[in-house]
Design a protein around this ligand. Structure first.
Ligand code: COA
Length: 261
């Protein structure tokens, strides 16, 4: 049914696996569009009580938005891209049914943002988190500036986003970015399913309201100005020479030369 996602529904838990392992499950237009469809399915299918998002292969959850689709985009294209992804990620965050990220490797850029849009996160010891957009002359565009700040606090979030560095699983655990590190990678989905099985026995209407109120507590709201400013600023980066240089340098596997213009 989906081209870029694998889905499995058992015990009322839908497991969604982003399936582009040769490109480290990078979010291209097709994946983003299908994520939108699967979120609609989670909302509307009464047989689904909760869902897990994970990535195919051993190496990556999602290594970010697909950088090969960035070249030649205008400011308006960038804003449209950010608004579309942002709307889908917001529907994940505000889903009345729990959606949990099982982070099986790199969760970078849009991958970290996808994991953060989920209600909570588990990971393997080799998982790496980060918002490396600044290395491309870009900023996080799928809610990362807002949700990372909500989750780990402003000082930590700024240091991570401004340096573009990777955060190891143990550090991510200490700062509250992940709830559990599952030592045995093969048991990541089993542990995630165990937690969701407990939640699935609770009253669905109460579960939905707890999620709604927790989102209000941290301002995880699509009308919240920070998200809108992020979409606009993400687009602005596409009008800079530095961003074009950053994307080209990544694809040419070389260091970018930024000029501040
Ligand atoms: N967009 C498009 N392609 C990507 C990608 C992305 N975000 N991340 C990885 N890939 C592709 C690589 O281009 C490569 O493709 P190729 O085999 O056709 O050359 C393939 O996935 C494997 O990645 P590679 O870089 O060779 O693996 P690595 O182990 O050397 O490095 C990472 C892994 C995650 C450190 C590195 O891929 C990376 O830095 N990715 C980009 C992360 C990022 O900046 N994300 C934010 C984007 S806004």
């Amino acid at each position: 049914m989906y081209k870029t996602l694998l889905t499995d529904l058992s015990d009322n838990i839908l497991t969604v696996t982003i399936n582009r392992p040769d490109k480290l499950n990078a979010l291209n237009k097709a994946v983003i569009s299908e994520l939108g469809e699967v979120v609609s399915e989670i909302y509307s299918n009464n047989d689904i009580s909760s869902a897990i998002l994970t990535g195919a292969g051993q190496k990556a959850f999602v290594a970010g938005a697909d950088i090969s689709e960035f070249q030649g985009l205008t400011k308006e294209d960038g804003q449209t891209l950010s608004a579309k992804g942002g709307e889908i990620f917001f529907r994940i965050a505000s889903s009345p049914k729990p959606i949990v990220a099982a982070v099986n490797g790199f969760a970078l850029g849009g991958g970290c943002e996808l994991a953060m849009a989920c209600h909570f996160r588990l990971c393997v010891p080799t998982a790496r988190f980060g918002q490396p957009e600044v290395n491309l002359g870009l900023i996080p565009g799928y809610g990362g500036t807002q949700r990372l700040t909500q989750l780990v606090g402003k000082g930590r979030a700024l240091e991570i986003m401004l340096s573009g560095r990777m955060v190891e699983a143990t550090e991510a655990h200490v700062m509250g970015l992940v709830n559990y590190i599952v030592v045995e990678p093969n048991e990541l989905l089993t542990k995630t399913r165990e937690i969701l099985s407990i939640i699935n026995e609770k009253a669905p209407l109460a579960v939905a309201r707890i999620i709604e109120c927790a989102n209000i507590a941290v301002g995880d709201d699509s009308d919240f100005g920070g998200f809108l400013r992020e979409q606009e600023a993400f687009g602005e980066c596409f009008a800079t020479a530095d961003m074009q240089e950053g994307a080209a340098a990544f694809l040419e596997k070389r260091k970018p030369k930024f000029k501040g213009m």
